[in-house]
Design a protein around this ligand. Structure first.
Ligand SMILES: CC(C)(COP(=O)(O)OP(=O)(O)OC[C@H]1O[C@@H](n2cnc3c(N)ncnc32)[C@H](O)[C@@H]1OP(=O)(O)O)[C@@H](O)C(=O)NCCC(=O)NCCS
Length: 322
């Protein structure tokens, strides 16, 4: 690693000056932590981090002690938006001070990036969120989020819901991407999740969101056989969707579910969830997981109806107006 002298106090080094191999231990521990706490295989995400660090193309910082990285955080800026991708500190060194230093440094760097007007982040592995002064708090909005899980044993026996005769459930197909993007933009109008992720506010943004979950491993690897759309049988139009991914060989994840406002409360969400969970079970999954904003009681009720339970909470952060 370039120019790292031994010292007992951790110091910040730009990720662009770090060699990918030096992050191996950190990424291995992070991968084990994701497996232990969320049953999530983080290897593909770790490989992506390693690849970009190897190209010296990832913006962010590593916290280095005695020549060895003990934590890192990276960010990506796209047009007006900065996305704080991840922050992880080795268990042994996961003090509020160390997490806070990394968080402050990536935030400061993003705030200095021309054109960035908004910063979003969901930090699943931040251990001391409640104990640190989150940086630039005047511009910060915090949203509590839940991580929920459901056993897939017995999902084959879930009964048919009330919507079964009024809608047709079809497999997700790539050609539906544009219609699905429009559905997301209208379904999330005025919704708390569009405050957390501004891609939900327009069809163009939702198209980028869909492309990301289909192509990149951030939310697991997209799993078409457990991804469905709901079609209104009279008009043939898309009125709901439920997309899934695999986050480990035996665990599926619901990455997106929404139903058009016109047909909400009629069991469409239930039917989509049921089909996705049954398909995951048939593909050897023992468990499904998802994340939901804690104030989204409508969705939480729908999830609890099919067996999901909250197992963990974490924060979604948005900095705006700076
Ligand atoms: C969350 C969301 C997808 C739920 O979809 P939905 O189609 O409205 O929900 P459901 O049809 O499953 O449930 C609504 C009603 O259907 C009925 N129902 C569902 N399954 C049933 C069953 N098996 N038997 C009898 N009734 C049933 C219930 O009456 C239920 O009402 P209740 O909550 O008062 O009990 C929808 O509200 C939505 O799109 N919200 C905005 C986007 C969003 O928040 N997505 C989740 C992000 S994490």
């Amino acid at each position: 690693m370039a120019a790292l002298s031994d010292t007992h106090a951790p110091r910040l080094v730009e990720l662009r000056h770090v060699e990918a191999d030096d992050l191996n231990y950190l990424l291995e521990e992070e991968t084990a932590t994701w497996r232990e706490t969320l049953d999530w295989d983080f290897q593909a995400s770790a490989a992506l981090v390693r690849r970009f660090v190897d190209m010296h193309a990832l913006s962010g910082f590593s916290l280095v002690m005695n020549g060895r990285p003990i934590g890192y955080s990276y960010f990506v800026c796209e047009d007006h938006k900065g996305l704080l991708g991840d922050l992880y500190v080795l268990k042994e060194f996961a003090s509020p001070e160390n997490e806070s230093r990394l968080l402050n440094s990536v935030l400061d760097a993003m705030l200095k990036t021309p054109l960035v007007k908004r910063i979003e982040s969901q930090l699943m592995m931040l251990r001391n969120a409640a104990r640190i002064q989150l940086p630039h708090w005047r511009y910060l909005h915090v949203f509590n989020r839940d991580f929920m899980e459901a056993s897939l044993a017995g999902v084959e026996d879930l009964p048919s819901g009330p919507a079964v005769r009024k809608i047709a459930i079809d497999s997700w197909m790539e050609f539906r991407q544009d219609e699905a993007a429009s559905l997301i933009a209208t379904a999330y109008q005025g919704h708390v999740d569009s405050q957390i992720n501004d891609q939900y506010r327009s069809s163009a943004g939702a198209r980028r969101f869909l492309m990301n979950i289909v192509q990149y491993p951030g939310c697991g690897s997209f799993f078409q056989p457990a991804s469905y759309v709901a079609l209104d049988v009279l008009t043939g139009r898309l009125c709901g969707m439920c997309l899934s991914s695999m986050v480990s060989p035996e665990v599926g994840h619901i990455t997106q579910i929404c139903v058009s406002k016109a047909v909400r409360g009629k069991g469409v969400g239930y039917e989509l969830l049921k089909r996705a969970m049954q398909s995951l079970a048939r593909h050897s999954c023992r468990k499904a997981s998802l994340t939901v904003t804690s104030s989204n009681t409508e969705a939480i009720q729908a999830y609890e109806r099919v067996g999901f339970k909250k197992v963990r909470n974490f924060g979604a952060y948005v900095w705006e107006g700076f």
